[in-house]
Ligand binder design. Structure first.
Ligand code: F6P
Length: 377
């Protein structure tokens, strides 16, 4: 009798790392091996490993002991299949990726990532690969899922940082401006700002008026609370900047010729460059407008590092084990999304290119306002 060949899947992690990636790899791997009897390969450093056929076999031993470990045992990168930097040159590696996938006889490829990964996953889907994704990013900005792997851990770290900044701001009667990660979405800043009791919270979704922020700080000062904590997202924009960005983005969308598109893109790049250092400028302006001393604290990569919270481990395990089940059923082209207490496959096509920002009517925004937090508007 002919024995049935063991089925094989691949996993990769791409984009910025986030706590809980290993828990997700473990969940997909353990369920695929233990429940369905598959072989599992882990590609190194995101799509780069897939393009270069650089992988490691995952088994019960290598998947053991990683649930609580931060980062990703597979490594990650921001390499895109169609624009890959190899030895200083950029290559379209889509054909190599398809060839490696076929050569390894993969039944499916699991891509664990955020916004960029979903765009790349869609490209590979269109090139004929069976793709299934899991949402991860500390930014929580992936469309169609309630939560992303890593967000809860980062939220805890950022809120704890704000707690700690309170006592030093209080002792020195200072304004402390804490920069929190998130270029396009303010989930982390607003969540940590509410949980950590920031007095002013500035997020990309609500362009700010510096005078409103300064006034809120002065009001506190008049009430003898002569210190303030300002939580600002990396991507928070002043009203003027937001206007300029919106105009350039509209020009890019409406461009009729390639020249017009290139000009709008160059304009956006210039605005991006001008925006860097915004937190420092904000602190200097607040100092000038309030007469209080201001300091900056950039929370940075600390937010992405270390042990994942139990909530992230649980989320990663729920999504990862469901992912293995869907592969076994032959369901591809989907992201496994968190929906309340349940998990649900949603089309990758509806996720890619769609950012989940905070809706202006979101309850977090209303709650922040009701406890007197200034949102800069
Ligand atoms: O997308 C996650 C994220 O951590 C953002 O919050 C942050 O702006 C960005 O990645 C930093 O990217 P990199 O790791 O490429 O510096």
């Amino acid at each position: 009798m002919k024995s049935k060949q063991t089925q094989r899947i691949g996993i990769l992690t791409a984009g910025g790392d986030s706590p809980g990636l290993n828990a997700a790899i473990r969940a997909v791997g353990k369920a695929a091996i233990g429940t369905y009897g598959y072989d599992v390969l882990g590609f190194k450093d995101g799509f780069l490993g897939l393009a270069q056929n650089n992988y490691t076999a995952l088994n019960k031993a290598t998947l053991g002991g990683i649930l609580t470990v931060g980062g990703t045992i597979l490594g990650t990168s921001r390499d895109k299949p169609h624009k890959m930097q190899i030895d200083g040159k950029v290559y379209d590696m889509t054909d190599e990726i398809v060839a490696n996938y076929k050569k390894l006889k993969l039944k499916a490829l699991v891509c664990i990532g955020g916004g960029g990964t979903h765009k790349n996953a869609l490209r590979l889907m269109k090139a004929g690969l069976n793709i299934i994704t899991l949402p991860k990013t500390i930014d929580n900005d992936v469309a169609l899922t309630d939560a992303t792997i890593g967000f809860d851990t980062a939220l805890g770290i950022a809120a704890e940082a704000l707690d700690r900044l309170h006592s030093t701001a209080h002792s020195h009667h200072r304004i402390i401006v804490a920069e929190i990660m998130g270029h396009r979405a303010g989930w982390l800043t607003l969540g940590a700002g509410i949980g950590g009791g920031a007095d002013v919270v500035l997020i990309p979704e609500i362009p700010y008026d510096i005078d409103k922020a300064a006034e809120a700080i002065k009001r506190r000062d008049r009430k003898h609370a002569n210190f303030s904590i300002v939580a600002v997202a990396e991507g928070a924009l002043s009203k003027q900047y937001a206007k300029a960005f919106a105009a350039a983005t509209a020009r890019k969308k409406q461009a009729k010729t390639d020249e017009e598109r290139q000009m709008a893109k160059a304009e956006l790049r210039q605005l991006d460059a001008k925006h860097s250092g915004n937190t420092w400028r904000l602190a200097a302006e607040l100092e000038e407008k309030t007469g209080l001393e201001a300091r900056v604290s950039i929370l940075g990569y600390v937010q992405r590092g270390g042990t994942p919270s139990v909530t992230d481990r649980l989320l990663a395990t729920r999504l990862g084990t469901e992912c293995a089940g869907l592969i076994h059923q032959g369901v591809f082209g989907v992201m496994v999304a968190a929906r309340g207490n349940s998990v649900k496959p949603v089309p990758i096509e509806s996720v890619a290119g769609n950012l989940k920002t905070i809706p202006l009517e979101h309850q977090w925004i209303e709650s922040a306002r009701r406890v007197g937090t200034c949102l800069g508007d």
